[in-house]
Ligand binder design. Structure first.
Ligand code: SF4
Length: 300
């Protein structure tokens, strides 16, 4: 079947099932083409929270589908590829958080949205790469246990020296954002190209950035220049080209998140046709995790 036919099938099934398709920026362009909303984790979470359709299809990874279900529990939330996970989220367990809380009883706990529902349930707040600084700043506690991304933790610490960020676990990282090279960035700079870096990149990469920002903000900032080097997952280059076709975006072709590339049009068709891949967060986890997510959403 041609790509055009597959896209037509997805759109027909989407309408038949009254489904809303939410796709992360890192998904393949064909998935962007059929999605109602394309965005970063926060944009998808907020769109899922206010969705009125009975079926929400999350083209992304598992924690995103869990978040959608927590924020809008009446809906049927589907993840087209049930194996699409996030190796960064897998670094952290609720046991690690509880252990850190015992060691630092005065500290607040903030988990990155890239974490399991169980971890969110034992935390005070969730954050995204775009609002992590704001969330940590909003807390009255000086000490903040923060996981699972040590790079995002070090970024927040660099912006908020008045806080003591306690990163957990040791070495938590996203392998995709660890692949950038400082020598490449120096060459890019010399060629007059501006650089945007995702805060999941380590400090030696962030130091070369013109902007350290979430993928959601990259689309806005892109309009302020004509040529950009993008330090994040390679799918963001496709997304930026869709949004700003007259501008030039380069990055690292090898910075591929294998889990984000698992969702195909064919899988999406099966998921919509048979309503498979439902993600259900147990009620006792859901209530507690929702408190942490709603705190994040409440911070202006
Ligand atoms: S790019 Fe990294 S943080 Fe994002 S889903 Fe993939 S492994 Fe997780």
């Amino acid at each position: 079947m041609t790509k055009r036919n597959l896209i037509a099938d997805v759109l027909r099934l989407k309408s038949e099932k009254n489904a809303l398709i939410l796709a992360h920026n890192y998904q393949i362009p064909e998935i962007h083409a059929v999605a109602d909303i394309v965005g970063d984790s926060l944009e998808l979470a907020l769109a899922a929270r206010k969705a009125t359709e009975p079926v929400l299809v999350l083209c992304g990874v598992r924690f995103m589908a869990e978040t959608a279900h927590i924020l809008n529990p009446e809906k049927k939330v589907l993840l087209p590829d049930s194996d699409a996970g996030c190796p960064l989220a897998d670094f952290l367990t609720p046991g690690m958080i509880l252990e850190a809380k015992e060691k630092y009883p005065e500290a607040a706990v903030v988990v990155y949205i890239n974490s399991t529902a169980e971890c969110k349930a034992v935390s005070d707040s969730v954050c995204t790469s775009g609002n992590a600084v704001r969330i940590v700043k909003s807390l009255k506690q000086r000490q903040v246990i923060f996981g699972p991304d040590t790079n995002l933790a070090s970024y927040v610490q660099s912006v908020l020296p008045e806080k003591e960020i306690i990163p957990i676990p040791e070495g938590g990282h996203c392998y995709v954002h660890m692949q950038f090279d400082t020598e490449d960035l120096k060459e890019v700079k010399t060629a007059g190209i501006s650089i945007m870096v995702h805060p999941e990149c380590p400090a030696n990469i962030r130091v070369h950035a013109d902007h350290v920002i979430s993928t959601g903000k990259m689309a806005e900032i892109a309009k302020t220049g004509s040529a950009w080097y993008i330090c994040t997952e390679v799918g963001m280059l496709d997304r930026l080209k869709e949004l700003c076709p007259d501008q030039s975006f380069i990055g690292l072709e090898d910075a591929i998140c294998a889990d984000m590339k698992k969702t195909s049009l064919q899988e999406l068709i099966t998921c919509l046709r048979d309503l498979t891949g439902e993600v259900i967060v147990p009620p006792e986890i859901m209530e507690k995790a929702r408190r942490a997510l709603e705190y994040m959403i409440s911070v202006p």
